[in-house]
Design a protein around this ligand. Structure first.
Ligand SMILES: Cc1cc2nc3c(=O)[nH]c(=O)nc-3n(C[C@H](O)[C@H](O)[C@H](O)COP(=O)(O)OP(=O)(O)OC[C@H]3O[C@@H](n4cnc5c(N)ncnc54)[C@H](O)[C@@H]3O)c2cc1C
Length: 473
């Protein structure tokens, strides 16, 4: 039996979401056409359409696993191209204001660090090897075209590099354009209510540099993550390896959008972090390129899954649905996990009488479960600052205290450490941390007696109160 559910699927945008989605669509359409407004070169180069690509871009272990499933051999190809393997717990120095740092242990998964342009190039090469997948670059989609009365998507209008406009029909249009402007314009044209949106105003500024470091400076770690200390210290730092024996470093500053002027002021800004680790390394560093900055005012989740209906044949994906505070490195991984969800929804839809509509419904029914863990993890630290505007989830304070207890337990208990790492790396859902065998160990090491395994806690409506629990013994 044929798996085909349509003649052509169009994907808007050849970023991580678009490439991953195109890979899973290929077995189900005669042609998958990926339209990218930038002119793509066969080299790992920064490009205009992805301005964030000049900043560190880590693919978490869960994202790497999903990409490997979609494009077998991706990880090996990235390593061959110069990506640097990093053991997640063994090689990462994770610095926390209250626990100090997590011990570096051998706990299993690895990630492969590389610049965003290299990561994207290797992914694109994998996509280009699929015979019925065509990447057409230098083509900007100007409109998703839909039948006004039925709201059935018919295709897209685009303009090419020399300004010629044309229409291409499609059974399915996937909007992986990052900002999701084509979807927003279609909703407006069809007079549909825009999706409910959760917005957290985080007002961040990233300043990054590519550097060289002497071997001596990095002998105890391959990657450093230095957290902030809400509400006292708002800034965080990250130092990651990349290809060609170089490193990328970034400082993420809260509420400060003024330009950092020059290398010396940049290095001193790291002196304000909770530990001197990155600052000390930078004092031995040689900057390779100019500093680059990126303002990130809000994290936002457009809840298409709550919309009463989507135009038939339209599917937004990745950043077009949800944009996370980038410091946790979740955006690309979440894009890959959504593409894997799309693959599952496609497999379920082929036997339905209207597979395209079934695919949309199947994807939207599950997408919140893919987004919930990274969203909760990335917003919780931001919401710990009293002046952060945005809805705080129920039992927010109890969850913050639970997280701290979990980190304390992770320092001495490798089982809790592994669970925390698997959740952080998007290999497991957040609910793992509330499972009885992990909760018991967290209780044990925090020296508290009862209550946390209560069903109320298990369902997430936590009554966790670290400071008021009864000490053991
Ligand atoms: C400073 C910063 C640092 C980050 N660091 C990390 C990190 O460490 N780890 C991580 O996982 N994520 C990180 N992210 C997030 C990550 O960049 C995004 O989540 C991820 O790229 C989303 O993929 P996407 O495919 O949705 O969008 P993008 O990768 O942004 O791709 C969108 C593509 O669509 C194209 N496009 C747009 N409009 C059109 C159109 N009309 N027609 C044709 N093409 C179009 C664009 O040119 C682009 O190629 C970071 C983000 C920022 C801002």
């Amino acid at each position: 039996m044929s798996n085909l559910i349509g003649q052509r699927a169009i994907v808007i945008g050849a970023g991580i979401g678009g490439l991953s989605a195109a890979g899973v669509l290929a077995p189900y359409f005669r042609q998958v056409l990926l339209l990218e407004r930038d002119v793509l070169k066969p080299a790992a180069q920064a490009r205009l359409g992805v301005p964030q690509g000049r900043h560190p871009h880590g693919l978490l272990a869960g994202g790497l696993k999903a990409v490997n499933e979609i494009f077998p051999g991706f990880e090996d190809a990235l390593v061959r191209a110069g990506g640097v393997p990093v053991g997640v717990a063994r090689d990462i120095r994770f610095e926390h204001p209250e626990i100090g740092r997590l011990p570096q242990r051998e706990l299993g998964p690895r990630v492969v660090c590389a610049s965003r342009p290299l990561l994207e190039l290797v992914l694109r090469q994998k996509a280009e090897a699929i015979p019925n997948l065509e990447i057409r670059s230098g083509c900007k989609v100007t409109e998703i075209v839909s039948e006004p009365s039925s709201a059935n998507v018919q295709g897209v209008r685009l303009v090419n590099q020399i300004g010629v406009s044309s229409f291409i029909d499609a059974d399915l249009v996937v909007d992986a354009s990052g900002r999701g402007a084509p979807t927003a314009a279609l909703f407006e044209a069809l007079k549909l209510q825009p999706p409910e949106t959760t917005t957290i105003h985080i007002n961040l500024c990233y300043t990054s540099a590519v550097i060289e470091l002497p071997e001596q400076a990095t002998k105890n770690w391959k990657l450093v993550l230095t957290l902030n200390d809400p509400p006292r210290i708002g800034d965080r730092g990250v130092l990651v390896p990349m290809e060609h024996n170089r490193w990328m470093v970034t400082i993420c500053q809260r509420g400060r959008l003024e330009r950092i002027d020059g290398w010396d002021s940049y290095v001193s800004a790291f002196g304000e972090l909770i530990t001197p680790t990155i600052h000390d390394a930078l004092r031995q560093a040689k900057p390779i390129e100019d500093l680059r900055q990126f303002a990130f005012p809000t994290s936002s989740w457009r809840h298409f899954e709550r919309s009463p209906r989507l135009p038939r044949g339209l599917l937004p994906i990745a950043d077009a649905i949800c944009r996370f505070n980038p410091i946790h490195g979740q955006g690309m991984s979440s894009a890959a996990l959504q593409a894997r969800l799309l693959r599952d929804a496609l497999a379920d839809a082929i036997t339905e009488s209207d597979p395209v509509a079934a695919l949309q419904q199947g994807f939207m029914a599950e997408v919140a479960s893919v987004l919930e863990t990274p969203w909760a993890m990335s917003t919780s630290r931001d919401l710990m600052f009293p002046d952060t505007h945005g809805p705080r989830p129920e039992h927010f304070q109890a969850n913050v205290e639970f997280e701290l207890a979990m980190f304390r337990a992770a320092v001495i208990d490798p089982v809790v450490h592994k669970a925390a790492m698997d959740v952080n790396q998007l290999l497991q859902p957040r609910s793992l941390l509330r499972s009885p065998h992990i909760m018991e160990r967290i209780e044990e090491t925090n020296g508290v007696r009862t209550g946390w395994s209560h069903p109320e806690v298990m369902t997430g409506s936590s009554t966790f109160r670290l400071r008021t629990t009864v000490p053991r013994g």
